[in-house]
Design a protein around this ligand. Structure first.
Ligand code: NAI
Ligand code: ENO
Length: 367
């Protein structure tokens, strides 16, 4: 395709990662815009962008594609700023905000005939923020949601997809309402619960000062996301308020039900409850279950000694098996610890377990 002038407005974790991926995989020209001078300087110095701009209007008029990757409330304001610009050609405008409803309402209000709006949301991230944390491979194999408005043609969507193909993500088209409901269930609401669990532990620590030392893998797993950027998550809850509030109401009913089961000593019913949750979660591993990522994990026991992790990594590398994620679980001094290795496919998971077993490692796949 023809070389595109891509403007990325907001060069933090997400904008920076998209810029890095496009720069790495294509010849497109990237202009960066951000309110932070330091961010722009960093992006230029690191070769993440070709040109920096502190004037959105000037930069936008040069662009074929504009990707706004600022906080949600800022994104809405930047979209409306574009409306008054005298574009001389068609321009594709997209965003990366975690909530699509309020962004698409703002985009729907645009009167500028040159703008073709395609909402976007790459479904991957990290607990870090800012350009320093940006990674070209952040969205590899992740879902990338696109929500085109009526003014965007198939060709516009194709052009945007082609430029974003550098991220190596998998595109799905969703309407904003279904997007906000689904991300509410699998991303936004769990975040709220994770933070509330941390608060609960903190309250109980007043009675039991030893409590944090008891916090084992389970507590850490379920509260990991509570360590993410609080300002961003507040913005997400605010913009997805109606869905979040409905989910909280649902959750409170569910908790009342559980409370009653426990108070009435309904042991069989509790087993049934836990079993059906286990079966559903385990089923998420199988095959292609849409926007829910599969978990192809292998647990490996390792001795707590220098070189143990390197040995596991080397065995997998020699078998040409790529690891999506590697996590150290519960390594305590002098005793066996465990690694959780996440693979991209079921085949790689099985092959990974096999080679590690052959080399004498204790392994497990959760079933
Ligand atoms: N962090 C994550 O895990 C994910 C975040 N998102 C969404 O992507 C968007 C960006 O998030 P992050 O990159 O994580 O945030 P970030 O905090 O790392 O970066 C935001 C960047 O936007 C800049 N900025 C703020 N106001 C601006 C304005 N008015 N004009 C230009 N630049 C401005 C900031 O200086 C910063 O460089 C948010 O809307 C978020 O909901 C989407 C997927 C994952
Ligand atoms: O919370 C999650 O699911 C993440 O792991 C990262 C993330 C955060 C925000 C998004 O909009 C999309 C993905």
């Amino acid at each position: 395709m023809e070389k595109q002038q891509v403007l990325i407005a907001g060069l933090g974790l997400i904008g920076g990662s998209i810029a890095k991926a496009i720069k790495k995989e294509s010849e497109h020209y990237i202009i960066g815009f951000d309110i932070s001078e330091n961010t722009l300087q960093f992006a230029l110095n690191q070769g993440i962008i070709d040109e920096s701009s502190t004037n959105l209007d000037e930069a936008a008029l040069k662009a074929d594609i504009i990707i706004i990757s600022a906080p949600i409330s800022e994104t809405i304001q930047l979209i409306s700023q574009l409306d008054s610009l005298p574009f001389t050609k068609e321009v594709i405008v997209s965003d990366t905000a975690s909530v699509k409803g309020s962004v698409l309402i703002a985009a729907n209000d645009l009167t500028n005939k040159s703008i073709r709006f395609i909402g976007g949301h790459p479904m991957a991230g990290s607990h870090k923020k800012g350009i320093e944390a940006a990674k070209a491979h952040l969205f590899e194999n992740a879902i990338y949601v696109l929500s085109p408005l009526d003014n965007a043609t198939e060709k516009n969507v194709g052009t945007l997809r082609e430029v974003l193909s550098a991220t190596k993500s998998n595109f799905v088209v969703l309407q904003s309402d279904e997007h906000d409901e689904m991300t509410g269930v699998i991303s936004h609401f769990p975040h709220l619960i994770a933070s509330s669990l941390v608060h609960q532990a903190r309250k109980w620590e007043k009675k039991h000062s030893f409590l944090p030392k008891l916090a084992a893998g389970g507590f850490r797993d379920i509260t990991r996301i509570a360590s993410s950027n609080p300002v961003m998550w507040q913005d997400i809850f605010y913009h997805n308020q109606s869905k979040m509030s409905a989910m909280l109401a649902d959750w409170i009913i569910e908790m009342e039900h559980l409370k009653k089961l426990l108070e009435d000593n309904e042991r069989e019913e509790v087993i049934t409850y836990l079993n059906s949750a286990k079966n559903y979660r385990d089923g998420l591993n199988e095959g292609d279950r849409g926007a829910i990522p599969a978990f192809y994990d292998v647990y490996v026991d390792i001795p707590d000694q220098p070189g143990a992790i390197a040995e596991v990594a080397l065995i997998l590398a020699n078998a040409s098996l790529s690891i999506k994620n590697i996590e150290i679980l519960e390594v305590r001094e002098g005793i066996t610890g465990a690694l959780r290795l996440s693979f991209y496919t079921k085949e790689a998971q099985v092959a990974g377990q096999k080679v590690l077993k052959q080399r004498g490692f204790e392994t497990m796949i959760q079933s």
